[in-house]
Design a protein around this ligand. Structure first.
Ligand code: NAD
Ligand code: TYD
Length: 336
């Protein structure tokens, strides 16, 4: 395959490129990435001299670059997005431009060059929220009901992708995945923020009372799910992807991190809650039945590996950690 990966220098994209080259060394990859604050040039240094890998610094909103690159590939795996809910609350405009218009731009080029597969990476956040006391789970038929500008922009992009299948017959697939964690995640997100705060002598910030829940999935399991869809997924279909354990509350999550890092509850600080704070859980029966995928990591072993990675790779996160905490200080001062 000749694959165009968008946003390959971010968290999931860079894990996916590593995964793909390990398992499909004969394929070639072009990585188109704008290198926003969320990208880290250190993520993919090992491929710098690889003949199968090309990095292009550019914006998916740039029609000329997109046209030129799409003309060279048969497959697109579209990760590029503004991805942080708290930033979308601070300033939604870039979310609409990148996530909606950027996706539209890629779709138009994919249609022009009759791409064999356009795989769109999306999120379970498009489905909205699950009530705190409910054991419901999202699935492929759940109506869209996004809560944040981030999830609304991802929902819009999903609709556009589906419309290009229905209207133009573009061979698309979509995956809606739950929260990922693992190596190379930006320290603005909950798990790396918490681990790096403890490693820096600080405290974990818990939003509200820590009751909200997520469906955590190790990033490598997500990469295997995307592989299964690319190789055997049915054109025009959506696949929901989630972890082994449903309804992990933020309190349960931070207690696991505290245990793994030998810290006590005095390392927790309760802070103001996020507006429109959702809860997520995903039913992944369809991808399991149709493509045989299931997660490999349980939360405890995945979290141990993640804590070890952040402990051993402090140079990777120290600079971005500073910027992330500056962002949170600004966000908090605006909300006062
Ligand atoms: P990330 O923020 O770590 O990385 C995003 C990457 O996209 C960065 O490298 C950034 O430079 C690049 N990018 C941003 N705007 C761009 C533009 N205009 N042109 C080109 N590149 C641009 O995000 P992530 O966590 O790796 O998420 C990747 C995708 O997976 C996103 O589409 C996100 O919605 C989706 N997703 C994420 C999660 C999660 O838990 N992180 C869960 C489900 C789905
Ligand atoms: P986050 O990593 O931002 O992912 P998302 O909101 O896209 O799911 O947040 C995960 C959960 O952790 C969410 O319920 C908000 C909460 N949270 C905290 O309690 N403290 C924090 O410092 C952050 C960043 C998030």
């Amino acid at each position: 395959m000749k694959i165009l990966i968008t946003g390959g220098s971010g968290f999931i994209g860079s894990n996916f490129i590593k995964y793909w080259f390990k398992n499909h060394p004969e394929d070639s990859i072009i990585n188109l990435d704008k290198m926003t604050y969320a990208a880290n040039p250190r993520n993919l240094v090992e491929f710098e001299n690889s003949p199968n890998y090309k990095f292009v610094k550019g914006d998916i909103l740039d029609e000329k670059i997109v046209d030129e690159l799409v003309s060279q590939v048969d497959t697109i795996v579209h990760f590029a997005a503004e991805s942080h809910v708290d930033r979308s609350i601070d300033d939604p405009s870039l979310f609409v431009r990148t996530n909606v218009l950027g996706t539209y731009n890629l779709l138009m080029a994919a249609k022009k060059y009759q791409i064999k597969r356009f795989h769109h990476i999306s999120t379970d956040e498009v489905f909205g929220t699950i009530e705190l006391d409910s054991t419901d789970q999202f699935n492929e038929s759940t109506p869209y009901d996004p809560s944040s500008p981030y999830s609304a922009s991802k929902a819009s992009s999903d609709h556009l992708v589906r419309s290009f299948f229905k209207t133009f017959g573009l061979p698309v697939t979509i995956s809606n995945c739950s929260n990922n964690y693992g190596p190379f995640q930006h320290p603005e997100k909950m798990i790396p923020r918490s681990i790096t705060s403890l490693l820096s002598g600080g405290k974990i910030k818990v939003y509200g009372q820590g009751l909200n829940f997520r469906d955590w999935l190790h990033v490598e399991d997500h990469c295997r799910a995307i592989e299964a869809i690319l190789l055997n997924g049915k054109i025009g279909e959506t696949y929901c992807i989630g972890g082994l354990k449903k309804g992990t509350s933020n309190m349960e999550l931070v207690r696991l991190i505290l245990k793994l890092m030998n810290k006590g509850e005095d390392s927790l600080e309760y802070v103001a809650d996020r507006p429109a704070h959702d809860n997520y859980a995903v039913n992944w029966d369809k991808i399991n039945k149709e493509l045989g995928w299931e997660p490999k990591y349980d939360l405890e072993s995945g979290m141990k590996q993640t804590v070890d990675w952040y402990t051993q790779n402090q140079i990777w996160w120290q600079e971005t950690k500073k910027e992330a905490e500056e962002f949170y200080i600004k966000l908090n001062s605006l909300n006062k």
